[in-house]
Design a protein around this ligand. Structure first.
Ligand SMILES: NC(=O)Nc1ccc2c(c1)=C(Cc1cc(-c3cccc(C(=O)NCCN4CCCCC4)c3)c[nH]1)C(=O)N=2
Length: 300
């Protein structure tokens, strides 16, 4: 296919900004199709030693391809002297976080439906041996039909496939062969799991912890672990210090309680032979057919 460059697109508004990238709405001047183009400054990536993360995101997006509808798709990449460009899916209806803030909180029907879509997305992602490690409402987007699109794989980890022992868990900080600290990684404070904080280790169950936090936030409108500093938030996470507001849906509470468990292998779904059967079978999803969720309920 023809090589692309920035001159193939008309760049529009900024859709999002991160520490290492800016995402623009852009229109392909040949097809008029809209994309989200993630632009990274080479010098900044090199200076901050983030090349490994950029390459990992590109590899994860390549592995995900276009076979699962719940992830943004990477169409093309190109570069010029100063920048790298990732041409990604444009999620027309923006971030889950903005919808939660706009409504205050979701109805249980909406929370149930989008929790189910996230479970299906994690089944696929983890089935490909990929852990997201920074799942949060800013990284869950809505497409034009109000289905979710999970994005931002800059913090993702691709689990080794050399033997099953590595499939379950992998210590991010220490390479098995030597004791040097390879990466010191932590996601976003409010959604990071206890094991990532205390052992610098992550596994698919780390994403199940984040799912529990997101379900809590969709139902209540606030995050379970809040504090005036990252240190105070981390203390609450490690001490499992959070509460359910009055009126919190009991079925949602039961599921969140089974996901916000300190020991990763005790989280619902963590030891499923066929992930995530035990989560699909939870009473919160009793009235849903996870094999055919149907159209999403209106967010209100
Ligand atoms: N870190 C990353 O990789 N970030 C990414 C990657 C891919 C990507 C990405 C971020 C996107 C971010 C994004 C942000 C937005 C957005 C931002 C601000 C406002 C809106 C917005 O209001 N859109 C109009 C839709 N409204 C929604 C509510 C009802 C009326 C109409 C959308 C749309 N998409 C995107 O579309 N595609």
């Amino acid at each position: 296919a023809r090589r692309r460059s920035a001159s193939d697109y008309r760049f529009g508004k900024v859709l999002g900004e991160g520490s290492f990238s800016t995402v623009y709405l852009a229109k392909d001047i040949h097809t008029n199709k809209e994309y989200a183009i993630k632009v990274l400054e080479k010098a900044h990536i090199i200076r901050e030693k983030k090349s490994e993360y950029v390459m990992r995101e590109k590899e994860v997006l390549r592995i995900l391809g276009s076979s699962c509808p719940y992830f943004v798709r990477l169409y093309w990449t190109f570069q010029d002297s100063e920048h790298l460009y990732f041409v990604l899916t444009y999620a027309k209806n923006g971030e889950l976080l903005k919808q939660i803030d706009k409504c205050g909180c979701f109805t249980i029907e909406c929370a149930r439906y989008y929790a189910a879509e996230m479970v299906l997305a994690l089944e696929y992602l983890h089935g490909k041996g990929i852990v997201h490690r920074d799942l949060k409402p800013e990284n869950v987007l809505f497409d034009e039909n109000w289905h979710i699109l999970i994005t931002d794989f800059g913090s993702a980890k691709i689990l080794k496939t050399d033997n099953t022992e590595n499939q379950k868990c992998d210590n991010d900080a220490l390479d098995k062969g030597d004791k040097r600290r390879r990466t010191s990684f932590v996601g976003t404070a409010q959604f990071v799991s206890p094991e990532m904080l205390s052992e610098s280790s992550s596994s698919p169950a780390s994403d199940l912890w984040a799912l529990g936090c997101i379900i809590y936030q969709m139902v209540s409108g606030v995050m379970p672990f809040r504090g005036r500093s990252e240190f105070l938030i981390f203390q609450k996470i490690l001490n499992l210090e959070y509460e359910y507001p009055d009126g919190f849906d009991p079925q949602a509470k039961d599921l969140v309680q089974k996901l916000l468990v300190k020991n990763p292998i005790e989280r619902l779904g963590a030891t499923d032979e066929a992930p995530y059967t035990s989560i699909r079978q939870h009473e919160l999803f009793r009235d849903l057919n996870c094999d055919d969720l149907g159209p999403p309920p209106r967010i209100s």
